[in-house]
Ligand binder design. Structure first.
Ligand SMILES: Cc1ncc(COP(=O)(O)O)c(C=O)c1O
Length: 404
């Protein structure tokens, strides 16, 4: 008789990491899958359903034809880094060194992750405004940071300065700031940025600023980069991407701008995470960043019209809307519809009405805090709005529509 094989089949026990066990799949991207499953109109995930500018599509095709098909320099093609530096100078008046202060990554998503992994040590705390773009939670867990949440409260999504001050301590390594903000549409004002700056200086903390909606501004709102504030040039990691400004969310090209010592740490993490972003698309990005001011003016005015269109549709359907001054989302209050929570309502909307939106709880650490909210995106065509308006007629409003 043969001895038992050391490799005999035994039930494999699940041994996933504690980190991966701490967060769920993206609710936003799950809503997109449900939208496909139920043939619903997708007003959940923030990607345009209209074409990207013809010039940059052509530039990408030409780059591939010219055989720019091998690895770019790991921290970014020189042409793109030069264009990023030149645009930052033109729009924010800051001179940066493209050789030592920029890391091109696979979208701002990777730029955020590489930046966090480059600066976080076990025990470090990161201050995060809440509601927050859902990636920041897993970003904190994966990098090993402990998040400290500070509430932005409707209707203006203002924060309480005392609460913010209380969240900072000697354990604080950074604050994550997203302006213009997803999901609230808040655009942080100078006085607010200054109070954040004062805390960063006092506690020697970094500001990691996600500025990917910088050109989507309404009602006279102004985008101020944190790096332009006195004392913040060296403390800020500015994150941006091609995704939203040029309607190419699938290209996955973003970047982090930071002081040279911080950049060398980000570059090392980035290199071993992904090696680099798509080489031909970086070349097309270099062209996009040179678009004249008129491109950004048209972008903002087109989005303003889309915002007002969706506000009208949602209010007409009985949603209470918080009017956004930036980015391309509308947060709503759904209390009047009488559903027990946001998830139940979102599922009803996608299955029975045929509209996908994002449950508010996905933007909060404690789901109960977001149970009265649903987020809709307006980066969509008129055809989509018309279809959405038609479907929402089936929804029974609980009370008179209103907007703040
Ligand atoms: C605030 C914010 N940051 C980052 C991203 C992702 O950007 P990217 O496509 O550049 O990775 C999104 C996408 O919706 C976002 O809303």
């Amino acid at each position: 008789m043969n001895p038992p094989s050391p490799h005999r089949a035994e039930a494999a026990t699940v041994r996933i990491s504690a980190k991966a066990g701490q967060f769920t799949e993206s609710v936003i991207r799950e809503m997109t899958r449900l939208a496909l499953q139920y043939n619903a109109i997708n007003l959940s995930q923030g990607f345009p359903d209209f074409p990207a500018p013809a010039e940059i599509k052509r530039a990408a095709q030409e780059a591939i034809a010219a055989d720019i098909n091998q690895y770019a320099i790991t921290w970014g093609a020189k042409s793109l880094r030069n264009a990023i530096a030149e645009k930052f100078q033109r729009w924010q008046g800051i001179t940066i060194d493209p050789e030592r202060e920029i890391t091109v990554c696979c979208g701002s998503t990777e730029a955020m992750m590489s930046s966090m992994m480059a600066i976080i040590n076990p025990g470090d705390e990161v201050v995060v405004f809440e509601p927050f773009y859902e990636n920041y939670g897993p970003d904190a867990i994966l990098s090993g940071a402990t998040p400290r949440f500070v509430k932005l409260r409707p209707p203006d999504w203002a924060f309480n300065p005392a609460e913010l001050a209380a969240a900072f301590s000697s354990a604080t390594k950074a604050i994550i700031l997203n302006t213009p903000n997803n999901p609230t549409g808040k655009v942080f004002e100078r006085a607010e940025l200054e109070s954040i700056r004062d805390l960063c200086v006092r506690w020697n903390a970094y500001a990691i600023t996600d500025e990917i909606y910088e050109h989507m501004l309404y009602d006279g709102a102004e985008h101020i980069s944190m790096a332009t504030l006195d004392g913040m040039r060296e403390r800020t990691i500015t994150i941006n991407a091609l995704s939203k400004t040029y309607s190419v969310t699938g290209w996955r090209v973003g970047w982090a701008i930071a002081a040279p010592e911080v950049t060398s740490a980000i570059r090392k993490v980035h290199d071993f995470l992904t090696v680099g972003a798509a080489a031909p698309l970086q070349e097309a990005g270099a062209l996009a960043l040179k678009f004249p001011a008129s491109y950004y003016e048209t972008l903002a005015s087109d989005y303003l019209a889309r915002r007002d269109r969706l506000l009208g549709i949602l209010m007409g359907a009985g949603f209470h809307c918080f009017k956004p001054h930036g980015a391309y989302y509308i947060m709503t209050d759904i209390s009047s519809f009488g559903f027990p929570d946001d998830i139940t309502f979102a599922k009803y909307l996608v299955k029975e009405i045929g509209i996908a939106a994002v449950p508010g709880s996905s933007f909060y650490q404690n789901p109960a805090d977001g149970r009265a909210h649903l987020r809709f995106t307006f980066c969509k065509t008129e055809k989509t709005f018309q279809a959405a308006a038609e479907r929402l007629r089936k929804l029974k409003p609980g009370r008179a529509a209103s907007s703040k």
